[in-house]
Design a protein around this ligand. Structure first.
Ligand SMILES: [Mg+2]
Length: 352
């Protein structure tokens, strides 16, 4: 996410190591990460645990820092609470799972009002209720600096419906839910215009940025449809996240640029700011769409089933290849390799 600044300052040494993902690999190498009942550990959208009855328990956690992931000048407590839960629900959705329980740890500024805290938890509660989860516990503390919110989200899924990142195969079609770029457009508007003007220019783009929709119903429908080989949520940008999926599956991908669905709000905001909506759709983060790969003979059926069950449009944007490269193919046939997406420690979107 790109409201960084702090990440840049703390990230010099970690940036030199190779960034966030190199850091995660280093942490994983240094601690016990194997257990018979831990079926999938670090490296996917959520961990997968074996529980009794043929089901899987999936668990994910995500931390939001003031002035890194959100600014209180741009959002309000209700939408902040919603988003803190929604980004975690999105990771549960990416496993094909149903959210179950939510745990919330919050460090509040000493000057936080009771009203702020109540609104924060109302946003969390509404996000949970919308998608069938329950706040089951947590912790509250005082922060000497900014607000910090950590949400741990659990979910459950039948063994046969569990979708990981690592099983995409050459020839699979690449599908994505909804339209992309609106959240990045909202962020660009907030940065350029401030909250009041941004809300007037495009309330939809601002809403996409501040109160994202986790694709829980779409993820469930995808998993049940059959034929989905890999899935993840798009938090750090379509092409950067596709690279991660491909890396997990040891495959490559070709994305047809003209097939990537660009949000109407992104187009409108781009016209206002003289910016590039296509670039937001390809590289901008925080859309929380679901990105999935589907066996070629099931692609049309999976798309139809998700659309019919949820009303969310689904687009086929390309296919998985046997080589290790992720490339964007433009309408004129030119091919651009995709190097990387957003990295919290590098403080950059390296996709230039
Ligand atoms: Mg994810």
């Amino acid at each position: 996410m790109k409201q960084a600044g702090l990440a840049k300052r703390v990230g010099t040494d970690i940036g030199a190591l190779g960034g966030e993902f190199a850091l995660i690999e280093r942490i994983a190498a240094g601690i016990k990460t194997r257990d018979d009942d831990l079926l999938v550990g670090i490296g996917d959208d959520a961990a997968v645990l074996r529980v009794s009855g043929g089901k899987r328990c999936v668990v994910t956690t995500d931390m939001l820092f003031e002035d890194v992931h959100f600014r209180l000048a741009w959002t309000d407590a209700y939408r902040l609470g919603w988003k803190a839960v929604a980004v975690n629900l999105s990771d549960i959705a990416a496993m094909g799972a149903q959210p179950t329980f939510t745990f919330v740890a919050v460090a509040l500024r000493a000057d936080s009002s009771v009203c702020f805290v109540e609104e924060l938890y109302r946003g969390m509660r509404d996000a949970c209720a919308q998608y069938g989860s329950v706040v089951a516990g947590g912790d509250t503390n005082v922060s000497p600096t900014g607000t910090v919110i950590n949400v741990t989200q659990m979910g459950e899924v039948k063994q046969r419906h569990t979708i990981l990142r690592r099983d995409a195969a050459p020839g699979d079609r690449i599908l994505v839910t909804g339209a992309l770029g609106n959240a990045a457009a909202g962020l660009a508007l907030l940065e350029a215009e401030g909250r009041a003007s941004a809300e007037m220019i495009s309330p939809l783009a601002v809403e996409a940025q501040l109160r994202p929709t986790p694709r829980v119903f779409e993820g469930r429908a995808a998993a049940r449809a059959g034929g989905v080989t890999a899935m993840m949520d798009v938090s750090d940008g379509l092409l950067g996240d596709l690279r991660k999926l491909c890396r997990s599956s040891r495959v490559g991908a070709r994305v047809r640029g003209e097939c990537v669905p660009v949000g109407e709000a992104a187009r409108a905001a781009a016209a206002h700011l003289n910016a590039d909506a296509d670039r937001w759709a390809l590289y901008g983060g925080e859309d929380y769409a679901l990105l999935m790969t589907v066996a070629p003979d099931r692609a049309d059926a999976v798309r139809a089933e998700i659309e019919e069950k949820t009303g969310t449009p689904v687009s086929v944007i390309g296919e998985i290849t046997a080589d290790a490269e992720v490339a964007l193919v433009r309408e004129d046939g030119t091919c651009e390799p995709v190097r990387r997406g957003w990295d919290h420690f590098a403080g950059t979107n390296g996709a230039h």
